[in-house]
Design a protein around this ligand. Sequence first.
Ligand SMILES: Nc1ncnc2c1ncn2[C@@H]1O[C@H](COP(=O)(O)OP(=O)(O)O)[C@@H](O)[C@H]1O
Ligand SMILES: [Mg+2]
Length: 250
Amino acid sequence: MSEHNAVSPRSLISLDGLVVARDGRLVLDAFSWATRRGEHWFILGANGCGKTTLLEIIAGYLWPREGRVHVLGHRYGRVNLADLRRRIGYVSPWIFNSMDRGMPLCRVVASGIDASVGFWGEMIPVLCRQVRNILKTLGIAEFYDQPFGCCSSGQQLRAILGRALINRPSVLLLDEPFAQLDISARLSMYSLFSCLVNRPRAPQIIMVTHHLEDIRPFFTHGMIMRAGKILHQGRRSAILSPATLKKAFG
Ligand SMILES: Nc1ncnc2c1ncn2[C@@H]1O[C@H](COP(=O)(O)OP(=O)(O)O)[C@@H](O)[C@H]1O
Ligand SMILES: [Mg+2]
C-alpha cells in the first residue's frame, strides 16, 4: 500500500506504530491511533502512562524513535512543523509554567500567532483587534492589559486557551486543563467549551484528564492508556461504561 493510501483522508491525527523512549525507557510502545473529523476525544490513564508524551508528539515537540505521525494530512519529517503548529492549539502545564508572569494577557494571547511562549513583537492594530475578539469570546475582555501573574487561575487558563485558539486551529490539545481550577471556575470552563465546540470550524478537541466530570457530552470518543499502550479506545459510551472503567481502574 502506498504511503498516500495508508492514511484515511478523513483522519485528522494518525499515529502508526510509534515507539518512544525517554531516558532509555519505553514510554510509548507500538502505539497506533487515529482520529477523524467530527470527533472529540478524552484520554484517561494513570500518572506516568505516557499521556503528555503522546500530546507532545502530536504537537511536534518530541520525536518517536520509530513510527509515523500524520496530522491534518501532513507527515512529520516532511512538513514545516513551525507552519503546521499554527493549526494545532496546545494547552499544557509546561506552557502555563513558562509564561512570563508580568506579561499582559493581550501578549499572552498574541504569542499564539507563531506558537511561541511570550510575544515580543509589535501589537499592531489588526492584531489588537484579533486579540480583543478572542478575549471577548472567552469572557475576559476587561483583562486585556492585566499581567498574567495577577489573574486568577480561571482567567489564566482562558488566556492560554486564547493563545491556542488565535490561529483558528483544526486540532486543540488540552493536557489536564482544569487541574488548577476551583469548582466554580471549572463549571464556567465547561460552559465555555460547550459553546466553543458549537462554533463554525471548531477544532477537534483531544483532552487528557483524570476527572470523569470533565468529560462533557460533546466528547464522542475516549481512550484509556496504560503503560505506554492503549488499553481501551472507542465511543464514549463504551469507554465510560462501568465495566470498562472497572477493568481499567479497579
Ligand atoms: N522530560 C522527560 N525526560 C525523561 N523522562 C520523562 C520526561 N517526561 C516524562 N518522562 C517519563 O516518561 C513517562 C511518561 O510521562 P508522561 O508522558 O509525562 O506521562 P503522563 O502524562 O501520563 O503522566 C514517565 O515515566 C516519565 O517519568
Ligand atoms: Mg501528563
